[in-house]
Design a protein around this ligand. Structure first.
Ligand code: TPP
Ligand code: MG
Length: 367
């Protein structure tokens, strides 16, 4: 059958999902009618060699940074909560590589270090914040879960599960109101996808056709509860169906698949199509936070994912197959390790905030 020019299959499916009964009254859909793109294959991004090398470096930077953060936590240099992103690097690397820093906005939960690095925020100020130093991005007063950089379009860092979904919807509203052409990427977890405010946000976003991509990082667990135990509909890309929001399910362990899928989503959202849901199937190797011994799953389960699906090893294997000398990849590893060690040194050499800082940055206005 001849294809309509310029419209991909994914785009057509998204358009079908959005038939708005207020504008045109279609016959009511039969229960169970497939309206999501989950069953469709989104294209794998055809990256150049240089782009693949960049993705490799970015993912490795996040991995090594998180490993160092884990060590510093063990040494007692990081206080409070600390949620590591190890295993999920392909998600944020693929997504962030497709958006425009400064024009688009990003918001996420407490597992936020990787998002900050992928937004181009310097590792030094992130590590200094984790260790509570005055040179940290929140002057050492926010810690792991409370970091922001309006300059980089990064709006946190939120400890309340699901809160970032409503706030992200607000950011998307601002993009539309100001007509600045921006799109908000609102990241949240499989556990957060059961939160009530998520659905209030979905409703408003579709009603107002807001430029937002809801990114569900399905790492299979919410603290110690697996997605299958906690979710009546565990195919999370379908969670927008009752709001007519199209969804796509993507291999979140493959950075090229992530980039390919987000390009489709962005095309649709930027052309005024309204929100899209992306479910990224991924996995976290470490416990929920540094204080979680992760006894709710077997070591073999983790080992299996590491051995078969690790996003970094996967891209490395592709690069080697394509003829990149192993020495070049080792050089990237060396460069990344130095950046991370330097960030830890920068943090350790910085002072803690002065006591007088207890009374600053409490409210934006005077009181
Ligand atoms: C409103 C609210 N309820 C409960 C918690 C406690 N809590 C913190 S993280 C978390 C699990 C969330 O899991 P998920 O959304 O899958 O994200 P992940 O940690 O896997 O990245 C819970 C229940 C919270 N912080 N806020
Ligand atoms: Mg989770």
């Amino acid at each position: 059958m001849a294809k309509a020019p310029g419209k991909t299959t994914v785009a057509k499916k998204m358009a079908a999902t959005r038939k708005n009964p207020a504008k045109k009254k279609p016959a009511p859909k039969k229960a169970g009618t497939a309206i999501s793109t989950g069953g469709l294959k989104t294209p794998i991004y055809k990256a150049s060699r240089a782009e693949k090398m960049d993705f490799y470096e970015q993912m490795l930077l996040i991995r090594r940074f998180e490993e160092k953060a884990g060590q510093l936590y063990g040494l007692g240099l990081i206080g409070g909560f600390c949620h590591l992103y190890i295993g999920q690097e392909a998600v944020v690397t693929g997504l962030q590589s497709a958006i425009s820093p400064g024009k688009d906005s990003v918001i996420t939960g407490y597992r936020d270090h990787g998002h900050m690095l992928a937004c181009g925020i310097h590792p030094n100020v992130v590590m200094a914040e984790l260790t509570g130093r005055s040179t940290g991005i929140s002057k050492g007063k926010g810690g792991s879960m409370h970091m922001f950089s309006v300059e980089h379009g990064f709006y946190g860092g939120h400890g309340i599960v699901g809160a970032q979904v409503s706030l992200g919807t607000g950011l998307a509203f601002a993009h539309k109101y100001k007509e600045d052409g921006g799109v908000c990427l609102a990241y949240f977890g499989d556990g957060a996808s059961n939160q009530g405010q998520v659905y209030e946000s979905f409703n408003m976003a579709e009603l107002w056709q807001l430029p937002v991509i809801y990114v569900i990082e399905n790492n299979q667990y919410a603290m110690g509860t697996s997605v299958n135990r906690s979710s009546a509909e565990d195919q999370l890309y379908r969670r927008g169906e009752s709001f007519r929001i199209p969804g796509m399910q993507v291999d979140g362990m493959d950075v090229l698949a992530v980039r390919g899928a987000v390009e489709e989503a962005l095309k649709d959202v930027r052309s005024g199509g309204g929100p899209v849901i992306m479910e990224l199937k991924t996995y976290r190797y470490r416990g929920h936070s540094m204080s979680d011994p992760a006894k709710y799953r077997s070591r073999d389960e983790v080992k299996d994912v590491r051995e078969k699906s690790d996003p970094i090893e996967r891209l490395k294997a592709t690069l080697i197959k394509e003829g990149v000398p192993e020495g070049d990849l080792k050089a990237i590893d060396k460069k990344v390790r130095k950046i991370v060690v330097d960030s830890a040194d920068f943090a350790e050499e910085s002072s803690e905030p002065d006591l007088s800082e207890l009374y600053t940055d409490v409210l934006v206005e005077q009181y």
